[in-house]
Design a protein around this ligand. Structure first.
Ligand code: AMP
Length: 184
């Protein structure tokens, strides 16, 4: 069965780690908008140059930079056999855009998986990760942006009966098993 999954949840909850493991297990692409943006920044592309400042401050990159990127990525060959979206959609407007885009592509997301953990656990994990946007002040801003803009995306999928909340505050192997079980 084709799997199309959206990983939601605050920074530090383990979305990237889980998406990587499960995408490999199911042989589908792990599409991380954060990874794509970081690569664009390293390559100093026009997209990377425009996104860099927002990322460094812990703010969302403007939607007009993100939406074309996702539209193109989901039309690539490898994305026809399924995908895990990690870090997109990040606000309700992006979620609405994704619904329309998928309808156009005759696809549908199966579930939105919200991986969650208490704030003190998130801060502890993030400040030990060493990414440039993991400085304590930026981490606090990213958590705030999550609460304000990304948490409302959960209600969007809840309304469509496609939300699964998973406790991310346990060993990674246990989280992987819980995700696989919840969508089985
Ligand atoms: P992540 O690796 O998902 O934590 O993303 C790192 C940073 O990239 C975020 O703090 C945002 O600045 C930016 N970013 C990633 N995905 C998105 C998105 N869907 N919309 C806007 N900004 C994003």
């Amino acid at each position: 069965m084709i799997k199309r999954l959206i990983f939601l949840g605050p920074p530090g909850a383990g979305k990237g780690t889980q998406a990587k493991v499960l995408a490999a297990k199911w042989d589908i692409p792990h599409i991380s908008t954060g990874d794509i943006l970081r690569q664009a920044t390293r390559d100093k592309t026009p997209l990377g140059q425009k996104a860099e400042g927002f990322m460094a401050r812990g703010e969302l990159v403007p939607d007009d930079l993100i939406l074309d990127m996702i539209r193109e990525r989901l039309q690539e060959e490898d994305a026809q056999k399924g995908w895990i979206l990690d870090g997109f959609p990040r606000n309700v407007h992006q979620a609405e855009f994704l619904e329309e885009l998928l309808a156009e592509l005759h696809q549908k997301a199966d579930y939105a998986i919200s991986l969650e953990a208490p704030d003190d656990v998130l801060v502890e994990r993030l400040t030990h990760r060493g990414r440039t946007d993991d400085a304590e002040e930026t981490v606090r801003r990213r958590l705030q942006v999550y609460q304000e803009q990304t948490a409302p995306v959960k209600a969007f999928y809840q309304e469509h009966d496609r939300l699964k909340v998973i406790n991310g505050d346990r060993p990674p192997e246990a989280v992987t098993i819980a995700i696989a079980e919840t969508i089985a």
